[in-house]
Structures are given as structure tokens and as C-alpha cells.
Write a protein that binds this ligand. Structure first.
Ligand code: FS2
Ligand code: SF4
Length: 546
């Protein structure tokens, strides 16, 4: 195996024996082969699209399969074997549709479009040649993988919108175009840089679509005080990003005596008006994904993982973890969609036999500062900037992770001057959303927009401020970007920000292992991308004092 898609890549270069995330070499190889198979399906599907043939099953399968390969989403070898088999069947179906409609395929089709195998053993042999290292030139490899990781994040967001009935064919088509581009040897490094920017453009589109899907279905997030203590009933904990699963779980648990709590990236569900009507929706339990080994243990009740990030579960609570959608882990119970619905009754029965959660914290956290709320406070915010009460905003969105070096973000938040405001989204917030950082004239110093996809809100806010202050360039705003990344959704967020013209983004705790020195240079020279150093120095640099 060779995997370097996340921030925890071993030794800062790549995992080669077993993932730091817990992914086995077999699963890593099968994920590579699945991506390769998706490239083959896309070759035919794009040709078919030119003739007006729409294979929705193929579009959806490609989107979901990319999502399944995101860090910490699925560790189940069989899930990937099944997906590779399905990909090969779909590839054949699309090819047949294409040929039937009089379409042609190129004479020298890429191997991704023609290879076949039946057994797991053959898959394993093929996978060795289909992985990341099969691209020899390190700059081309770097750009290809940057694009692949961007479309993985894009596919995840597209899937969340899709389940709520929102989709954009142009995004699904772009994903396939990008897949095929990564096996096209005629593309130069410059072509791939241009495609990286286009990936950012579609990243903006997909985040806007998901924002529309979430807010149209569940209302605009409102300023909310979220309870972080517990009650004395058995509970179900729900984690991940899928708001439709949240809704279904709340509906099915209503009146059962079972309480519902959010974990990690599901915290922002507390901000949506549609979910506030449920009395048994108690609040948020715990912190970011990586603390689940302790927090799932003390929660005592069943846990539903709707998306990443799943940590390989400990035996002590393994029987209480349920997966759904693209999430998987051998031995865990998986809840399928049947006739468009998910049935959580097994989890509810399970919860009845469990003790209430052990209280690990008390109090409240405040959030719900997505674009609609912040823009409704625009006068106040603009007034505070004009009067000098707010000197600078810091976008500190992205991911949290278990590396000790991420303490930087807590210290950074603590040491920021008191006339600054943090704009956050994603699970990165857990590094500072429980600190007592106070407010500026009633505006809290940490404004949480929501999940990582709600980084879109932060971009909308920045664009609005640019308009209000009549600036030519988004970079003239008093906003600095100090973003923590971990997995591939952060990659699409980053590319989206670059596409919107944001410069001088600092990325940590380490720069991606998949950026070759030359590709990193392109990002530094064109966009001023930088890493992090130490808290004091970085604050001085951001505040223009160094
Ligand atoms: Fe956090 Fe994990 Fe949101 Fe990422 S819960 S690192 O998947 O997507 O942010
Ligand atoms: Fe390593 Fe990250 Fe890949 Fe897991 S996802 S194998 S930790 S680089």
C-alpha cells in the first residue's frame, strides 16, 4: 500500500504498511483499485453523456464510491470488493448503452476501461499497479492526487445534498472528467494546475448546493446555546454530517423515552430550527471525532456513524456502534436504506437496554453563525470594524485530529488579541469552542458557522463584507486564514477558497504530504500558501507586526 491522502500520513510522507488511521494494506489497495475502476466507468459514461445518455446509477455510484474512500469512512475490505465488482458491471452496462446508441470508443482505450478480473486475489494483484505510485513523475502525481482528493471531498458534499433531493449534473460530470484526466498522459503539469482551479470552482458550487439543500430543508441555522451536559435517560449518539439521518433518527425516537445527542461534526444540527422542536434532542456529547474511543465508551448507548470520521472501535463498545451510508467496518451493524427509508428500531431497542450517558462536561456552547445570521448582524459587525472594536477576523475552519501539535490551535485562539474574532466551521472548532474568549459588544469572539461544508458560509460572509466596504479584492479585508486540515473535505474547502481568490492561507499542523516541492512552490508563489510556525510569531505575522 501507499497512501498519503490525509494529514496523518506516516512520517509526513505516506503510510506503507498500515494506515495511521487504522486502514489495512488490503483495504488501502482495494480503495486504489476502486478509484481506478471508477476512472474506467467514467471513460464510457462521459462519452455516453455526449450522446445524451444519462446513467443515473453510474453517476451516483461514482459519487458514493469516492466518498467511501475518504479517510476514516470505511475500513471494510468486503465493501470495497463489492464496489469494485459493481464498478466493472456498471462499466459494461454503460459501454453497451453507448455502443447501442451508435457511440464509438477510441481505438487505444486506457487499461482502466478494459481490464477485468473476478476474484479478490486478482484484484489484489491489479491493485498493486493501480495505486498512487503508478504515476512516476512526482509533480504530475502530486497534481493528480490533489485533484482526486478534491473530488473525493466534492463527492461527499454532493452526496449529502443528493439525499435531500438536490443535485447538479454539472458537478457529477466534472467529477468524472477529473477522474479521467488523472490517467491522461497527454495533459501537462500546467493543464493539471488549471484543472485544480476548476476543481475549486466546482467545490464552491457543491458547497453552495449543500447549503441550499440544508437550509431549504431544515431552515437557516440560528444562534443557539447547545447543552453539553446529559439527562437521566438512555440515549443514542449520532455523529457525522448527514442531516437527513439526523431527522429520521429524531422522528423515530420521538416518544420512545430515548434521548438523542450529537457528537463531533453533527453538533451543528443543534442550530437548525427544524430539529429544535424535538424535546428529546438533548444537545452535544463530547468533542471532535478522535476522542470517540473514550467518549463512545462513557456514552453507554448506541452510536450512529452517518459519515466519517470513524475510529476503529474498541471491543468494549464495538457492539454499540452502528454504521450507515458509505461508512463501514467489519463486524459493525450496518443500517441500509430500504424503500428510501432507514429503520433505526434496532438501535432504539438496543438503547432501552443501556445505561444513561455518563456526564463528562457541563454547560453550554454557542453556535449557529452561518451566513444568514451573520449577515442579519451585518450592521453591528461593520460598525465594530469601523470603530476599531474588531481589528481582525481569523478564519480557523477545518478539521481536528489527534496529533499533539494541534494544541497550537488552542493556544493560538487563547493568545489572539482581544479585539479579534474567530470564524470557524468543521470539527477544528473543538480546539477552542469551549474556551472563555468573551465577546466584543455582544458579538462572541468565536462564531461557529457549522460543519466543514459550512466554510461556504464564511466565504459568503467575506464576499458580503467586501461589498459593504466597497473593496476591489477579497484580500483587502481584515481577515486572515489559519486553517487546520486533516482529510479530503478540507482539500475541497481549500481549493474552493483558492478559486474565490483568497490569498495567504496558512495550513497546518503540517503541509500535505501529497504536495511535491514543485507543486507546493506553485501554491506558495501564486497564492501565498504557508504553513504554521509558533503561536507568538504567527500572531505577529497575521497582525502585521512582524
Ligand atoms: Fe472532522 Fe472528520 Fe468535517 Fe472532516 S469529523 S475531520 O471528516 O469532514 O471535519
Ligand atoms: Fe495514512 Fe491517512 Fe492514508 Fe490512513 S488515510 S493510510 S492515515 S495517509
Amino acid at each position: 500500500m501507499f497512501c498519503f491522502q490525509c494529514q496523518e500520513a506516516a512520517k509526513g510522507t505516506g503510510c506503507t504498511v498500515r494506515g495511521v488511521c487504522g486502514k489495512t494494506d488490503n483495504v488501502a489497495n482495494l480503495q486504489d483499485l476502486l478509484i481506478y475502476a471508477l476512472k474506467g466507468v467514467s471513460i464510457y459514461n462521459l462519452e455516453a453523456k455526449k450522446l445524451g445518455i444519462k446513467n443515473e446509477a453510474a453517476d451516483q455510484f461514482i459519487m458514493e464510491s469516492l466518498f467511501a474512500t475518504i479517510t476514516n469512512a470505511n475500513f471494510d475490505k468486503n465493501a470495497f470488493v463489492d464496489r469494485i465488482k459493481t464498478a466493472l458491471v456498471l462499466r459494461g452496462e454503460v459501454k453497451e448503452q453507448l455502443l447501442k446508441a451508435g457511440g464509438k470508443t477510441e481505438d487505444n482505450l486506457h487499461d482502466a476501461a478494459t481490464w477485468s478480473a473476478d476474484s479478490v486475489e486478482e484484484f489484489m494483484v491489479k491493485a498493486e499497479k493501480a495505486g498512487v505510485l503508478s504515476t512516476e513523475n512526482e509533480d504530475v502525481r502530486s497534481l493528480r492526487e490533489l485533484i482526486i482528493y478534491g473530488i473525493k471531498g466534492m463527492a461527499a458534499y454532493a452526496k449529502h445534498a443528493y439525499v435531500l433531493g438536490y443535485k447538479e449534473d454539472s458537478t457529477l460530470e466534472f467529477i468524472q472528467k477529473a477522474l479521467v484526466a488523472t490517467i491522461d498522459d497527454s495533459l501537462s503539469a500546467d493543464d493539471l494546475v488549471a484543472l485544480t482551479m476548476e476543481t475549486g470552482k466546482f467545490g464552491v458550487n457543491v458547497m453552495a448546493l449543500l447549503d441550499k439543500a440544508n437550509t431549504t430543508t431544515y431552515g437557516n441555522p440560528e444562534i443557539t446555546k447547545v447543552n453539553i451536559a446529559v439527562r437521566n435517560n438512555p440515549g443514542i449518539l449520532i455523529s457525522g454530517h448527514d442531516l437527513k439521518d439526523m431527522e429520521a433518527l429524531l422522528k423515530q425516537t420521538e416518544g420512545t423515552g430515548i434521548d438523542v445527542y450529537t457528537h463531533s461534526e453533527m453538533l451543528p444540527a443543534n442550530y437548525y430550527p427544524a430539529f429544535k422542536k424535538y424535546d428529546h434532542f438533548v444537545g452535544n456529547y463530547g468533542n471532535a471525532w478522535w476522542k470517540q474511543d473514550k467518549e463512545f465508551e462513557s456514552f453507554n448507548g448506541p452510536i450512529l456513524m452517518t459519515t466519517n470520521c470513524l475510529v476503529p472501535p474498541k471491543d468494549s463498545y464495538k457492539d454499540r456502534v452502528y454504521t450507515t451510508s458509505v461508512v463501514g467496518f467489519e463486524g459493525l451493524k450496518h443500517i441500509e436504506t430500504e424503500n428510501g427509508e432507514k429503520n433505526f428500531s434496532a438501535m432504539i431497542e438496543h438503547a432501552r437496554k443501556c445505561q444513561p450517558p455518563v456526564e463528562i462536561e457541563r454547560g453550554e456552547i454557542v453556535g449557529g453563525f452561518a451566513h444568514n445570521t451573520v449577515l442579519s448582524l451585518a450592521d453591528k459587525v461593520v460598525g465594530a470594524v469601523k470603530s476599531g472594536a474588531i481589528k481582525r477576523f481569523f478564519v480557523m475552519a477545518g478539521c481536528d485530529g489527534r496529533m499533539k501539535s494541534r494544541d497550537y490551535y488552542t493556544e493560538f485562539a487563547e493568545q489572539l488579541p482581544k479585539d479579534t474574532v474567530i470564524l470557524t466551521a468543521g470539527c477544528a472548532k473543538y480546539r477552542y469552542n469551549k474556551l472563555e474568549l468573551g465577546d466584543i459588544g455582544g458579538i462572541p469572539r468565536v462564531l461557529d458557522a457549522g460543519q466543514c461544508n459550512d466554510s461556504y458560509s464564511l466565504a459568503v460572509i467575506a464576499l458580503k463584507l467586501k461589498e459593504v466596504f466597497e473593496l476591489e479584492d477579497i484580500n483587502e479585508l481584515p481577515i486572515s486564514y489559519n486553517i487546520a486540515w486533516y482529510e479530503q473535505k478540507a482539500v475541497i474547502v481549500l481549493l474552493a477558497l483558492l478559486y474565490l481568490g483568497v490569498k495567504n492561507i496558512h495550513l497546518g499542523p503540517t503541509l500535505p504530504a501529497f504536495l511535491s516541492p514543485n507543486v507546493a512552490n506553485v501554491l506558495v508563489e501564486n497564492f501565498g500558501i504557508g504553513g504554521i510556525t509558533d503561536v507568538e510569531k504567527d500572531i505577529q505575522m497575521f497582525m502585521g507586526e512582524a
